[in-house]
Design a protein around this ligand. Structure first.
Ligand SMILES: *Cc1c(COP(=O)(O)O)cnc(C)c1O
Length: 238
């Protein structure tokens, strides 16, 4: 068995253990492979190990890998910062956009989807750690944002997404994820079917599962360390 397949088994064990600990069923938590910088052939190794859900951060990588991946049945989510001028191209490659974080982007999506006469599933990204370096609508504005986006008839809100705080102090990380869960509760009360909670990564998936995650996004723990710092993907000025 190759390293990627072995790492997937370890991650699934971590997910299963976290589910047991929080009295949840393992099938409540999906595994999304965060495949930024990962080669198509390594992604194919993961597909051969049974995985079918990936997330990409950049249009260019979506385009570069599409041809090689298309023969394998899978679903692709966009999890990176989405510039409005790339909407049209990204829509060609994905089944869900997890990083809808501003009204102007939602407007752009709605217009393009109307033009193509189709709909798109999205998650709304919330900046639960309130760090300036991370994208996402602020927690205070999240409910209002959800209500506004829900008026766009081509956009199907399916969930919420967040990147937890990087901290050694677990309680701070718990706080981020609990906040997203609270916001989800308010959004659901308004009749918006945001049932998915995309939260938890290689370092904090146990905490996220404990707080109600339905989808963990795992990169490093499966594919190894990346040569770019995450700030390259997450900061406004890049
Ligand atoms: C890279 C990335 C991940 C995965 O992070 P790891 O720490 O490598 O597991 C998850 N979510 C988003 C939005 C990412 O950009």
């Amino acid at each position: 068995m190759n390293a990627i397949a072995e790492n997937i088994i370890s991650i699934k064990k971590r997910i299963a253990n976290a589910c047991i600990k929080s009295n949840r069923s393992t099938d409540e938590v999906k595994l999304l492979l965060a495949t930024k910088t990962v080669s198509a052939s390594n992604i194919i190794s993961a597909f051969k190990a049974g995985e079918t859900l990936i997330g990409e951060n950049k249009l260019q990588e979506l385009q570069e890998k599409a041809e090689q991946l298309k023969v394998y049945p899978h679903e692709t989510h966009f999890i990176g910062h989405l510039q409005s001028n790339k909407v049209k191209h990204v829509l060609k490659h994905v089944q869900c956009i997890q990083s809808v974080d501003r009204l102007s982007l939602a407007e752009k999506l709605q217009k393009r989807l109307e033009f193509e006469d189709r709909t798109m599933n999205v998650f709304l990204q919330v900046n639960t750690s309130n760090e300036a370096s991370k994208f996402g609508v602020s927690p205070q504005n999240a409910l209002d944002f959800a209500l506004r986006v829900s008026r766009f008839d081509r956009i199907e809100i399916r969930g919420l997404m967040t990147i937890g705080l990087f901290s050694e102090e677990d309680f701070r990380v718990h706080k981020c994820f609990r906040l997203l869960k609270d916001i989800q509760h308010q959004v659901l009360e308004k009749g918006i079917p945001a049932h998915e909670l995309s939260m938890g990564m290689s370092g904090d998936l146990e905490i996220a599962i404990e707080e109600g995650s339905t989808m963990v996004r795992v990169g490093t723990a499966i594919f190894g360390a990346r040569s770019y710092p995450d700030s390259y993907y997450w900061n406004e000025n890049k």
